[in-house]
Design a binder for this molecule. Structure first.
Ligand SMILES: Nc1ncnc2c1ncn2[C@@H]1O[C@H](COP(=O)(O)OP(=O)(O)O)[C@@H](O)[C@H]1O
Ligand SMILES: Cc1cn([C@H]2C[C@H](O)[C@@H](COP(=O)(O)OP(=O)(O)O)O2)c(=O)[nH]c1=O
Length: 215
């Protein structure tokens, strides 16, 4: 089977990182797929990881990060990731499982920050160069659950410290983007136990992969 690009999306604390690694193990155990690369966005290359630190923890000497600067750093990091990691991995037959991708920018910067839609569209098109995921799994939780799951983290980053109102805007933007999208995006209720979430994800993957094998 040709390599595939799967992305896991959702609010902070929705279980993305856990699910990314569960998918990796499942694809190996059940389907014998060994060539799998996992990514996290923003980040994933030396330069993108430096940008990730700036995006998450802000500038130096108390200089605030403007919304447009945040957006440009996120896309600069993504360009490094797509060009240096994702595209080469896919062309070498690796499956790529991404912890966040472009939908996050549309939801967080577009929905949450209210950044200009046209600017987002232009950047998406240019930076991703039409590299869309084959499948996106959106783990849906309420902003209240999100806050309760991340509150025990040692440090909250700039974005995690945002208000519930911000996360409400992000979530409703995710919903709008999903309902308007022509891409394959599956919504999973991630307020259930992690065990149930993983079972649903695996069941869906089985169905999707059987379908791909039939073609
Ligand atoms: N469905 C779930 N039910 C309860 N706790 C969960 C669930 N999914 C994730 N968690 C917990 O929430 C925290 C954040 O999970 P993580 O996978 O890091 O999410 P994300 O990458 O989306 O921020 C972790 O402590 C994890 O064990
Ligand atoms: C990829 C991406 C992330 N972000 C935000 C969401 C997260 O708060 C942060 C990434 O931090 P991370 O710790 O990877 O997220 P999570 O808490 O979900 O595991 O960056 C954006 O605002 N826009 C983007 O395009």
């Amino acid at each position: 089977m040709n390599s595939k690009f799967i992305v896991v999306e959702g609010l902070d604390g929705s279980g993305k990182t856990t699910v990314v690694y569960a998918i990796k193990r499942y694809l190996y155990k059940k389907y014998g797929i060994v060539k799998i690369t996992t990514t996290r966005d923003p980040g994933g290359t030396a330069v993108a990881d430096l940008l990730r630190t700036l995006i998450k923890y802000g500038g130096y000497a108390d200089e605030s990060v403007h919304d447009i600067s945040e957006l440009l750093m996120i896309y600069a990091a993504r360009f490094q990731l797509v060009t240096n990691v994702i595209k080469p991995a896919l062309s070498q037959g690796y499956w790529v499982i991404g912890d966040r991708y472009n939908l996050s920018s549309q939801a967080y910067q577009g929905g949450g920050r209210g950044v200009d839609e046209l600017l987002l569209k232009i950047l998406s098109k240019k930076i991703m160069d039409f590299l869309s995921p084959n499948l996106t799994l959106y783990l849906d939780i309420s902003p209240e659950i999100s806050v309760s799951r991340i509150k025990n983290r040692m440090f909250l980053d700039r974005i995690e410290k945002e208000s519930l109102i911000f996360f409400r805007k992000v979530r409703s933007c995710y919903w709008e983007l999903i309902s308007d999208s022509t891409e394959k995006i599956i919504v999973i209720d991630a307020s259930q136990s992690l065990y149930s979430v993983c079972r649903i994800v695996f069941k869906f993957l089985d169905w999707w992969l059987q379908d791909l094998l039939r073609v």
